[in-house]
Design a protein around this ligand. Structure first.
Ligand code: PGA
Length: 253
């Protein structure tokens, strides 16, 4: 199980370190459930020092695919490594929608992250009209194969996939546990055809989209749901810790 908080463009450095300290306080001494937080990049260094010595890992929300160079405003994989990042979220639907990231661009970032020993959290997910039109599987297949183009992984824990139906992100509407399980099982099949069944079985597939304490147990109880990527509910230590507790329960079940 992995519960990762995506803080998006929220918190300044002071608020981020405070939230990180609260998360460490609440869940930083348990190791049964993997926990990560992804603050805005200006706070990575400060949050990383708060996390040091705890089991909570650091992640970034985006990066550029090049090693370095004239890319004003961008951040490279080696920079993320230098501040202690384990994870990097790639291909989030907000990046695709507002910053026009294509599957090809996401694929280049994933290869770059892997080559720098960052674990990409690759986001895929259909829009409402695509689900209504019945094309959700082909959309997710295209996004996943695009993101994994040319990618190789030695062991399953080098890669995390997050299924985030766009219609559920920040809307308060979640996929039902059955809808999530159905898509996660499909993603697992796609991963199996790409990396072989043994590797696919070990890759963590997270659900994201309005996950909170009240619905986490039912979602995390599904066979192929291996954790959550949490937006809004990760901005309070209390609600984030409640989701980690739900993950702990469903792992023990
Ligand atoms: P949400 O965001 O939990 O606020 O819906 C999830 C995400 O976008 O990663």
């Amino acid at each position: 199980m992995l519960i990762a908080g995506n803080w998006k463009m929220n918190t300044n450095v002071a608020a981020a370190t405070k939230l990180a300290a609260d998360v460490v306080n609440r869940v930083g001494d348990q190791e049964r459930v993997g926990v990560g937080v992804c603050p805005p990049s200006v706070s990575l260094l400060a949050v990383g020092s708060v996390l040091r010595g705890s089991s909570v890992r650091l992640g970034a929300q985006n990066m550029h695919h090049a090693d370095h160079g004239a890319f004003t405003g961008e951040v490279a994989a080696s920079m993320l490594r230098s501040v202690g990042c384990t994870y990097v979220i790639l291909g989030h639907s907000e990046r695709r929608q507002y910053f026009f990231e294509t599957d090809e661009a996401v694929g280049a970032k994933v290869r770059q992250a892997l080559s720098h020993n960052l674990v990409p959290i690759v986001c895929v997910g259909e829009r409402l009209e695509e689900r209504r039109g019945g094309s959700e599987r082909s959309i997710v297949r295209g996004q996943l194969y695009g993101a994994l183009e040319g990618a190789t992984i030695s062991v399953p824990d080098r890669l995390v996939v997050a299924y985030e139906p766009v219609w559920a992100i920040g809307t308060g509407e979640t996929a039902t546990p059955d809808q999530a399980q159905d898509m996660h099982a499909f993603i697992r099949e796609l991963l199996a055809s790409r990396f072989g069944p043994a590797t696919a079985a070990g890759i963590q597939i997270l659900y994201g989209g309005s996950m909170k304490a009240a619905n986490a147990r039912a979602l995390l109880g599904q066979n192929d749901v291996d954790g959550g990527l949490i937006g809004g509910a990760s901005l309070s230590g209390e609600s984030f810790a409640a989701i980690v507790a739900a993950a702990n329960d469903s792992q023990g079940a």
